[in-house]
Design a protein around this ligand. Sequence first.
Ligand SMILES: C[S@@+](CC[C@H](N)C(=O)[O-])C[C@H]1O[C@@H](n2cnc3c(N)ncnc32)[C@H](O)[C@@H]1O
Length: 236
Amino acid sequence: MSDAPVLPVGDEKRVMVETMFDGVAPRYDRLNRIISLGLDQGWRRRTVQTLGLPAGSRVVDLACGTGDLCDDVHAAGYRPFGFDVSAGMLSAAHTAAPLVRSDVLLLPVPDASVDGVTCGFALRNFVDLPTFFAECARVLRPGGRIAALDAAEPENPVMRMGNSVWFRRIVPWIGARFSDDPAAYQYLPASTAYLPPGPALMGLLRDAGFGAVDRRTMMGGSVQLLTGTRTRAATP
Ligand SMILES: C[S@@+](CC[C@H](N)C(=O)[O-])C[C@H]1O[C@@H](n2cnc3c(N)ncnc32)[C@H](O)[C@@H]1O
């Protein structure tokens, strides 16, 4: 019998995700560093670099958590604004960026009012990816950029096996010892199953009104970075 956690959908998923991040928030940063072997900070910096926007550009970091990407956005010379649904994650945040508690599927942001969107390790937590990408397209000005970082399943069988051992065995073990919510560290690795394959993710971005869509992988394919340029409004 499988010991994989059940992956909820719809409203059940929305409530579970918010509750879970409220619970893991106090130790989230520390666990992130351990689980990624300290590499997550470099991945976030690379995410921000791919925006390629003029200095002073307004960048919204969606599902900002404790604000790591907001800090990288600021360090790159942009003006960050963070949005997250979890009050716990926002309370644990360390960034000086303005933060707003909001569901990123329904942003309190006017149309075409921002230059860039970043999103780190959150795509798989949303209940509806087409709605998320449409919302990104709505708030971005034409020519604005999106950069979304998340976990991925490596294509290479050897890397896939190593990735599976790390994320399905060792990460839950680390979570059981160092987190306030061990079940969260079973869910988080398993939740990559929510993500469509790379080509389908790129298709969702194009459908939402993004051009120059690109997907690059890091860490042997276990991390992916999706980028695009907003070319037209999303079709209703
Ligand atoms: C794995 S954490 C990533 C946090 C941060 N972006 C990072 O790179 O460390 C996922 C975040 O997504 C947030 N989140 C999930 N669904 C959300 C939604 N619909 N609206 C806003 N935030 C959401 C969670 O509260 C959590 O802070």
